[in-house]
Design a protein around this ligand. Structure first.
Ligand SMILES: Nc1ncnc2c1ncn2[C@@H]1O[C@H](COP(=O)(O)OP(=O)(O)OP(=O)(O)O)[C@@H](O)[C@H]1O
Ligand SMILES: [Mg+2]
Length: 228
């Protein structure tokens, strides 16, 4: 039996209106990622890495193309079902975190668990466990504005992982971290990939992290190509 890929993107095109003309950032891009594979997306600023990741996380719609996540045609889902599907299936680390500033590290991390319907105590326990894994146990009750950039980044990673998603999409998850803390996160991602078969697509400028992933790709002329 052929296993359904975790990600199957077919003919993704995404255009933006520029000052004078249309910008085509993704042009008929195809991508297949089998369950359990780890993929690094590398390459220069502005080539469309975040644009691609947002579409793969169904946070942004392509102008054309189809996206199946675990066999589900995600853009065919009505909005409420899509939100639920994302909550259960996709952990997303944004390049600029998007944490809720008025809430603490613990509250931000527990939020997806609360949204999924679990009770407060379960959400709290799960959030504490994952914050510990990213080295943030000592700042559970700090509000986001009281955390350093690297600490915020680790909370963003914890929030993405707290639901144990089958798919993790991470946009430069260690961009603000020193070498030692960055390595802690790199090792955590590799452990989750090995232990739980978590599929992951990670945008990174960090070559050490890119090399830890099983496959390295980049965007060229709107399409994905294997990195040499
Ligand atoms: N909403 C938008 N409207 C217009 N142009 C956009 C929009 N979003 C992205 N772009 C353009 O699309 C291109 C790709 O942006 P994207 O954020 O995907 O790049 P990136 O590869 O993630 O870069 P970086 O490494 O700097 O994060 C950029 O030139 C950007 O200006
Ligand atoms: Mg980006």
């Amino acid at each position: 039996m052929v296993e359904v890929p975790c990600i199957e993107a077919i003919g993704l095109t995404r255009q933006f209106s520029g000052e004078q003309n249309q910008l085509t950032i993704l042009a008929n891009l195809d991508l297949q990622v089998p369950v359990g594979q780890s993929v690094a997306v590398v390459g220069a600023s502005g080539i469309g890495k975040s644009t691609l990741l947002h579409i793969l996380g169904a946070l942004d719609k392509p102008d054309s193309g189809t996206l199946f996540l675990n066999g589900q045609d995600v853009f065919a889902l009505p909005d409420t079902q899509l939100s639920r599907f994302r909550n259960q299936n996709v952990g997303f680390v944004f390049q600029f975190h998007h944490l809720l500033p008025g809430f603490t590290a613990l509250e931000n991390t527990a939020m997806p668990v609360r949204i999924s319907g679990m009770d407060k105590n379960q959400a709290r326990d799960k959030a504490i466990a994952v914050l510990e894994r990213v080295g943030m146990s000592h700042r559970l009750n700090h509000r986001i504005g009281e955390l350093s950039g690297g600490e915020q980044q680790r909370v963003a990673v914890a929030r993405a992982l707290v639901m144990d998603p089958p798919l993790l999409l991470a946009d430069e998850p260690t961009g603000n971290l020193d070498v030692k803390t960055g390595s802690l996160i790199h090792e955590l991602l590799c452990e989750l990939n090995a232990e739980k078969g978590m599929t992951m697509v990670v945008v990174t400028h960090n070559m050490q992290l890119a090399e830890m992933m099983q496959r390295q790709v980049t965007v060229s002329e709107g399409k994905l190509i294997l990195e040499q």
